[in-house]
Write a protein that binds this ligand. Structure first.
Ligand SMILES: Nc1ncnc2c1ncn2[C@@H]1O[C@H](COP(=O)(O)OP(=O)(O)OP(=O)(O)O)[C@@H](O)[C@H]1O
Ligand SMILES: [Mg+2]
Length: 267
């Protein structure tokens, strides 16, 4: 199994939106995906349904040692499963994050989820225990950067943090930096994008960028990935299909001997 976390120092840059929509697109491409929420604010559950936001999840896995199979929620898409954060009282949020900090909880989940090919982990903003634990446990980190001046400044911080984790034995690498909420018709937003394109190695930035689009707000208000917002998905949903394809080309997923030859259109 391969694991990937979505992390950034700054809050509100689109981590949860990316984790959910990317997990959905990857599952639609046929990968068996487990989406894990480590944010004590319960962002994934909250953005899906009220019922899911109150369901047991990661917290109950840690504290009550409940079996993973009892906590993982099957989505309507056969390839996509979700482990919500569970019930974390505000006063327990620090303890919850500390329990994740050494990465062992996520590593155990990775070992136990034997039917999963890719684990996608959403993290809270900043470098608290949940994020550090995810960066220790996962093979790859995807860093969303909001296309606005302040957000771009903090992007390189993740490399410092990753550097010190690697010195302590982590085997994690940045799989790519993803520009989010890009407004190509707004000079300041485009300026940030151009700065990043000219200052960072091309291999580090995803070619795909996520535009700012009110449909993402509609999708989270309706509790769905944007690809399920309408019977015929809106064009903006396709950016996550493109990102999923780009991501798959950057990571190696063990597909257990599946052929990668062209598929005949007719027999
Ligand atoms: N591409 C986009 N276009 C428009 N709105 C967006 C886009 N991406 C995310 N949003 C909205 O911006 C807000 C913040 O996004 P999101 O929750 O994904 O960020 P986050 O990085 O997970 O935040 P936090 O650090 O609080 O966990 C949400 O209301 C979300 O619906
Ligand atoms: Mg979030």
């Amino acid at each position: 199994m391969v694991s990937l976390c979505v992390a950034s120092q700054k809050g509100g840059v689109g981590k949860t939106t990316v984790a959910l929509n990317l997990a959905f697109s990857l599952a639609r491409r046929g990968l068996r995906v487990l989406l894990v929420d480590t944010d004590p604010a319960g962002a994934i559950g909250l953005s899906l349904t009220k019922k899911l936001s109150q369901a047991p999840g990661l917290a109950e896995y840690i504290v009550q040692k409940k079996p993973l199979a009892q906590l993982v929620v099957q989505s309507k898409l056969p390839e996509l499963k979700i482990l919500t954060v569970g019930r974390v009282a505000p006063e327990d949020a620090m303890g919850f994050q500390s329990a994740l900090a050494d990465g062992n909880v996520l590593k155990r989940i990775e070992r136990e989820a034997t039917d999963v090919e890719l684990m996608v982990v959403d993290t809270p903003s900043g470098f608290g225990g949940a994020t550090i634990g995810a960066m220790r446990a996962c093979r790859y980190v995807l860093c969303p950067v909001q296309a606005e001046p302040i957000a771009a400044r903090s992007v390189l911080r993740i490399f410092d943090v990753l550097g010190s984790l690697r010195e302590k034995g982590a085997n994690t690498e940045v799989v790519g930096i993803l520009l989010t909420m890009l407004q190509t018709r707004q000079a300041s937003s485009l300026g940030v994008a151009e700065d990043l394109w000219s200052s960072l190695p091309a291999s580090l930035l995803f070619d795909t960028t996520i535009p700012r689009d009110p449909l993402f707000l509609d999708a989270s208000a309706s509790g769905v990935p944007v690809g399920l917002l309408k019977r015929r998905p809106p064009p903006v949903a396709m950016v996550f299909d493109q990102l999923a394809a780009e991501l798959e080309a950057r990571i190696s997923i063990d597909e257990r001997g599946m052929s990668n030859e062209p598929i005949a259109l007719v027999d």
